[in-house]
Ligand binder design. Sequence first.
Ligand code: SF4
Length: 90
Amino acid sequence: MHRETRAAAHWQEMSACRREDPELFFPIGDTGPSLAQIEEAKTVCRECAVVEPCLQWALASRDTHGIWGATTEAERRRLRLAAIRTAARA
Ligand code: SF4
């Protein structure tokens, strides 16, 4: 849980990012030197016991920035779009 906006989430107390520098999860971009930071943050997420609820929360909260549930903002946009397309085909 690297932001206060997660305060209401019941899974927050199990988040691996509570032990990390919050800045790690907010790279300034998604290219160049930010790539190493993104990968480092995702590594923390992949070891996190609540990665799935975190991702679902972030997908539902469209105004999230940074790394959540081992995804970047751009990756979450693609996941939302894929879900919309899948629902449209059903
Ligand atoms: S998945 Fe990542 S961002 Fe989400 S709670 Fe776990 S460590 Fe934090």
